[in-house]
Design a protein around this ligand. Structure first.
Ligand code: PHE
Length: 356
């Protein structure tokens, strides 16, 4: 039987030596447990003379309280030390530790868009307007699209609560561009601009249709611009993109903002025109609606149709990216599937040098 006065000292010695919380728990059992030192002292109270019982009992309780507090304190210290150890460990910088070298990649649309932008820049075009929100005037009115035209229907167009709408085509910027350059035209400078953007149409989505897609509009306006200028620029651009000579053809197409209007097809690059599943056996792929800018559109843009003519085209960037990279399902583009989207690379510029 240890004397009560010596218990405190004994506990302190043992507690100092305890380095683990499990050792501390052992101490708790040893001192405060059912068969521990304190219980032993309590049981022994029976043998203490009656007049000292109260004093000894109080003493035992004091020691018990001291040990309980000490264990709690020591336990908190141990937890704090462990936490610090973890912090030190995680914050330590180990130079030799291998770092994750996986970097991001450019979206295939971004790659194709930049490539086409660069090609047009090299042919004297400026690159403009990427805005996605526009209004009825720019998207329809200024483009000679009559009030009852189905394109204005809610079924095709996403209207915003502000009364504005999401671009259904990049032609929505034609008026702004014409206005911007009309004074330059008067000074004898030609208008050559391309303006890419994301476009939105209320479409049912499947492998060939998306409600969100990318186009690149192009316009050239000057004195004596003709269809042959249009064919030349389109053919040059497509030959650059596909890195080979391409054969194009024009079919009549109707759009209220061009007259005459065309569908520009490209001879299938896979079968060379013989017919295959990619071109649905026709030998041709529809790529780019285009035409000569309607006089009403020029007038709305502050350009005199008596003096100037021009062409416009609406290149489907999404379609072009599908052809360029052999992507069969349009849904891949908006899928956020990084495994699919990160496998494309670009050949015309060093992606690490350009910022988004
Ligand atoms: N904006 C038309 C569309 O998206 C395409 C187009 C552009 C047609 C320019 C002619 C001229 O369907």
């Amino acid at each position: 039987m240890i004397e009560i006065d010596k218990l405190t000292k004994l506990f302190e010695e043992k507690a100092d030596a305890a380095g683990l919380t499990s050792e501390l728990e052992q101490l708790r059992v040893e001192f405060l447990g059912k068969k521990g030192y304190i219980a032993e002292q309590m049981a022994n109270l029976r043998n203490v003379e009656a007049d000292r019982k109260k004093e000894v009992g109080q003493k035992i309780n004091e020691v018990k309280q001291f040990i309980e507090d000490a264990i709690q304190k020591r336990f908190a210290e141990m937890l704090a030390a462990e936490e610090q150890r973890l912090i030190d460990k995680t914050e330590a910088y180990d130079e030799s530790f291998p770092i994750d070298t996986e970097t991001g990649s450019y979206h295939p649309i971004t790659l194709v868009q930049r490539e086409v932008e660069d090609i047009f820049r090299s042919m004297g075009f400026s690159v403009e307007d990427y805005s996605e929100v526009t209004d009825d005037f720019n998207c329809f009115e200024a483009l000679n699209i009559p009030k009852h035209h189905p394109a204005r229907d809610m079924q095709d167009t996403y209207y915003l609560s502000t009364g504005q709408l999401l671009k259904t085509h990049t032609s929505a910027a034609q008026n702004t561009i014409l206005r911007k350059y009309s004074a330059d035209l008067e000074k004898g400078l030609p208008l050559r601009a391309v303006f890419p953007s994301r476009c939105f149409r209320n479409e049912k989505i499947d492998a060939c249709h998306e409600n969100t897609f990318f186009q690149m509009e192009g316009m050239m306006v000057d004195r004596d611009i003709s269809i042959s200028n249009l064919i030349y620029f389109m053919k040059t651009m497509l030959s650059e993109v596909f890195q080979r000579d391409v054969t194009v053809r024009l079919r009549p197409g109707f759009f209220p903002f061009v007259e005459p209007g065309f569908e520009l097809d490209i001879q299938c690059l896979i079968c060379g025109g013989d017919g295959c599943p990619s071109c649905k056996d026709s030998g041709w792929l529809e790529l780019c609606p285009c035409g000569m800018i309607h006089p009403n559109v020029l007038t709305a843009g502050g350009v005199d149709p008596e003096k100037y003519t021009g062409f416009a085209f609406g290149l489907g960037l999404t379609r072009l990216a599908m052809m360029r990279y052999g992507i069969k399902d349009i849904r891949v583009f908006n899928s956020c599937n990084l495994k699919s989207l990160s496998q494309f690379t670009d050949r015309t510029f060093n992606t690490s040098e350009k910022e988004d």
